[in-house]
Design a protein around this ligand. Structure first.
Ligand code: URA
Length: 196
């Protein structure tokens, strides 16, 4: 296995799927390569495609706020990536063949970073990494053993921006679950949601 920087260099000229034709920038990932916490979203949007960094638009601002408020952590202390590294046209869902073509990059990132906690944001990353067919509403609310660490599925921040209070409260509870897991406590003890 080469280095993470070598993998990023390889991705920067990737033509493994049709998304390559429409991208401005390959949005590989950003953050601390030694991070304990890795966040995995879906794919770059317009802002990310232009800037080359994941979660820099409105969803990213909410993500930064939740990281600060619930985990006391700046984004620079985590590693942030997406299931697909190139923007799908008009922000459509990534197709199965695009997800499959891009998967070796995500797998490489996970193998290099070896985070203690992976927080998956939304359906695509949660289903892919858990190898489950259920939607995020069913999957979230608990921790899953994942490659020697823990995976915590949560909603995508865009869903909280659309869906309002309940989705946001669920995300906050999941971020607290991540914090407790990182601190070595049992994530199962979180009851913040029911308490409102
Ligand atoms: N949504 C995602 O899933 N990823 C990003 O990087 C930005 C928005």
């Amino acid at each position: 296995m080469g280095t993470l920087a070598e993998l990023e260099a390889e991705a920067s000229s990737c033509t493994r799927c049709a998304l390559a034709a429409g991208r401005t920038t390959v949005v590989f990932g950003v953050g601390d390569p030694d991070a304990d916490l890795m966040l995995v979203g879906e794919g770059p949007g317009r802002d990310e495609d232009l800037q080359g960094e994941p979660f820099v638009g409105r969803s990213g601002q909410l993500l930064d706020r939740l990281l600060a408020e619930e985990l006391g952590m700046p984004r620079s202390r985590c590693y942030i990536a997406n299931v697909v590294k190139c923007r799908p046209p008009a922000n459509r869902d990534p197709l199965p063949q695009e997800i499959a073509a891009c998967r070796p990059y995500l797998e490489g990132q996970l193998a290099h970073i070896r985070p203690r906690v992976v927080l998956t944001l939304g359906n695509f990353s949660s289903r892919l990494l858990l190898q489950r067919a259920e939607g995020i509403t069913r999957l979230r609310g608990r921790t899953y053993p994942f490659r020697g660490g823990v995976l915590i599925p949560t909603f995508h921040p865009a869903a909280a921006l659309r869906g309002g209070g309940q989705v946001l409260a669920g995300m906050r509870a999941d971020f607290v679950r991540a914090k407790l897991t990182l601190a070595g406590a049992s994530g199962a003890k979180v009851g913040a949601e029911a308490a409102g």
